[in-house]
Design a protein around this ligand. Structure first.
Ligand code: 8YV
Length: 316
């Protein structure tokens, strides 16, 4: 390949994206094995102008330094916290993501967790399958899901879609974000602590990355309290996971619905035995339709960049 014209795939990506990268663009694949990367980069680094990545695979500062001709990072997914975007900005490297197309499905997942955790749907399903309905009688009562006070941490596109759905359940919506959202009729809280103290359920919908890391800490969980529930469809990094696990195990928080974790795909063993916790394998955007839309938008960004140096959906 000519210097600075190759495309590099980092980590696994969506099958449509992967096959198009291979067939149409002759993309190179960064070896997953760290030990093989040095030799690969010695050979190919100078030729690479665009990186395509997804999920927990991104371009960190170390890899960026090894790719001197990198001009663009095309990310499959709305979240790009695996990429060092500050470093990319400093180097004039453009970054795109896939916003909007996944908003509905991720918000639907938040509602699925919300209803499941409060009404104990998964726990009740286990109860039936174990034969406990016949053996022990009725399932213990859950708590009401409609008409609750819910706090949205991060009222962006996804947070707003979650709030909109919860309005149909008669919920009173509070939120915290860096700044109050102009024109919003929801109640603004000045901090995550204040938000947690005001609501029954806290829904994490903020972007990951260094600015939100550990935002939901032991104090926020204490403010949420023993009758409070936590839902997280954003990133595991936003929550102090150790603090959450001990709060759940000790009944200092009533329950949690989690689609994301600090060190995916590892889930803390302590959570596996807790009946008040619903655990999902990061499937928020995982429908045929949405993943196809995300694949198309990823490839549109790539084609647009290669055509004229512009991205369709550059990050904020
Ligand atoms: C991605 C996600 O599909 O968009 C995001 O930020 O977390 C998911 O929608 C997933 O990370 C891709 O592997």
């Amino acid at each position: 390949s000519t210097r600075g014209e190759s495309i590099l795939q980092i980590g696994p990506v969506n099958p449509t994206v992967q096959s198009t990268l291979a067939s149409e663009f002759g993309a190179l694949r960064l070896p997953d094995d760290e030990a093989e990367r040095g030799a690969f980069l010695d050979r190919h680094a100078d030729g690479i102008s665009v990186a395509v990545c997804s999920g927990r695979f991104g371009v960190d500062a170390g890899l960026m330094r090894r790719l001197p001709r990198l001009r663009a990072i095309v990310n499959f997914g709305v979240g790009y916290d695996a990429t060092d975007v500050a470093q990319a900005a400093e180097r004039g490297i453009a970054v795109s993501n896939t916003p909007d197309v996944l908003t509905d499905c991720v918000a639907d997942t938040a509602l699925a967790l919300y209803l499941d955790v409060l009404r104990r749907v998964s726990a009740a399903d286990r109860f039936v399958r174990r034969g406990d309905w016949e053996r022990t009688g009725n399932f213990p009562l859950a708590v009401r899901a409609s008409g609750r006070k819910v706090g949205i941490l991060g009222l962006g596109r996804i947070g707003a879609a979650i709030a909109h759905r919860l309005e149909a359940f008669g919920c009173e919506i509070h939120y915290h974000s860096r700044r109050p959202v102009e024109g919003s009729s929801y109640t603004y809280a000045g901090s995550a602590d204040e938000l947690a103290a005001a609501v029954d359920v806290l829904v994490v919908a903020t972007a990951g990355g260094p600015e939100s890391a550990g935002l939901v800490d032991a104090d926020v969980l204490a403010a949420l309290g023993p009758s409070g529930y936590l839902i997280n469809i954003a990133r595991g990094s936003v929550v102090d996971q150790d603090a959450l696990v001990s709060a759940l195990a000790q009944g200092r928080v009533a329950g949690a619905g989690l689609d994301v974790f600090a060190d995916e795909p590892r889930v803390p063993a302590e959570l596996m035995d807790l009946d008040n916790v619903v655990l999902l394998p990061h499937l928020g955007s995982g429908t045929d339709e949405t993943r196809q839309d995300m694949a198309e938008l990823t490839l549109e960004n790539l084609r647009s960049y290669l055509r004229d140096g512009s991205l369709v959906t550059p990050i904020g």
